[in-house]
Design a protein around this ligand. Structure first.
Ligand code: AVJ
Length: 325
């Protein structure tokens, strides 16, 4: 079949980009799914910032409070000249708390898939901290990447806040922790934020807010696929779902088809039954013990941890155990 050149440009073949490949793989899988890392285009990153300000979304506020309250103790742990490597940085708001109180941090290396936001945030941070080495790496931090050679004389402190680790399946979280131990190397420290298991009502509200910002964030994924891959999703024909799955200890987000419909994506026809969902995100919740066990099994030893007064969120400091495989 002859495809006009103009059409072909708007419908990249699955081989063309990792995004196209992942979208086709996810939408042809049963059940349908899409990787949450693709939420964060320009619009999605802004919507996520709005989520962090919602009354129901307690995660960011709790974590900021923990960091503010305990940063002096963190500074005592990271006391030798170090690079702070942040995985999936988004905003630099949390790193700024550490930078203000930890004079040992000489370089800041944010690694993020959302390159526009990364560039802006890194440039602003550099202005505010003229003597800090700011070395932004636009990359998918779940894939191997090299640290800049200019930080080879510094110790390494990894920073993985926001409960982003909850997006991984537990076995992927273990693989990520091993991967982080390899990238950061011997003697490294890792500061991780994780969301704790709690009452389902609080979790349901946090991921299905009254103002509908989380719904917009979830639905933007379809708009992004339209924009970047020339698909013809009608976002109004899908609805947001966000709920806590108690048995699996995770919040699930889905986009449910409001009717039977067919959508064209990268030249393929994707059929939806009425009510069929695309599973767009898991956000695993841990206990202090279950996360500690995961860390110990993945090359790290927990050395300190704090929660907010309600016990909803936890920041743990891990030390790389000697043997790095
Ligand atoms: C940034 C992955 C931690 O799981 O809470 C917020 C993303 N999704 N609302 C989370 C998110 C829906 C968030 N993480």
């Amino acid at each position: 079949m002859n495809v006009p050149a103009r059409m072909a440009r708007h419908e990249p073949s699955p081989e063309e980009s990792p995004f196209a490949r992942d979208v086709i793989a996810g939408l042809t899988a049963r059940p349908k799914r899409l990787p949450p890392k693709y939420f964060y285009d320009e619009t999605g990153s802004k919507l996520f910032e709005r989520i962090t300000e919602l009354p129901e979304y307690y995660l960011t506020r709790c974590e900021l409070a923990i960091l503010h309250d305990h940063v002096a103790e963190i500074a005592l742990i990271i006391d030798v000249k170090t690079a702070l490597i942040e995985f999936g940085s988004g905003s630099t708001r949390k790193a700024r708390i550490l930078l203000a109180a930890c004079p040992a941090i000489e370089a800041y290396v944010p690694v993020d898939i959302s390159s526009e936001m990364l560039g802006r945030e890194a440039a602003q941070l550099q202005q505010d901290h003229p003597r800090l080495k700011v070395l932004a790496i636009p990359a998918d931090f779940t894939k191997p990447f090299d640290l800049p050679s200019t930080i080879s004389d510094l110790a390494r402190t990894g920073f993985f806040p926001g409960s982003t680790i909850g997006n991984f399946e537990p076995h992927q979280a273990a693989a990520f922790l091993h991967h982080a131990a390899r990238i950061l190397g011997r003697g490294a420290t890792l500061i991780v934020g994780l969301d704790l298991i709690k009452d389902a009502g609080i979790l349901n509200a946090a991921y299905d807010d009254a103002a509908g910002v989380t719904a917009k964030f979830n639905l933007n994924l379809l708009a992004r696929i339209n924009r970047e891959l020339g698909a013809d999703f009608n976002p109004d024909a899908f609805c947001h779902q966000g709920f806590y799955n108690i048995e699996r200890r995770r919040v699930e987000m889905h986009l449910a088809s409001r009717k039977r419909q067919t959508v064209k994506v990268c030249g393929r026809a994707i059929d939806f039954r009425a009510g069929e969902t695309i599973h767009t995100e898991n956000s695993y919740k841990y206990t202090i013990e279950s996360f500690g066990a995961l860390a110990r099994g993945s090359g790290w030893s927990p050395v300190a941890l704090w929660t907010d007064p309600k016990g909803w969120f936890c920041v743990q400091v891990l030390l790389a155990t000697e043997q790095v495989s």
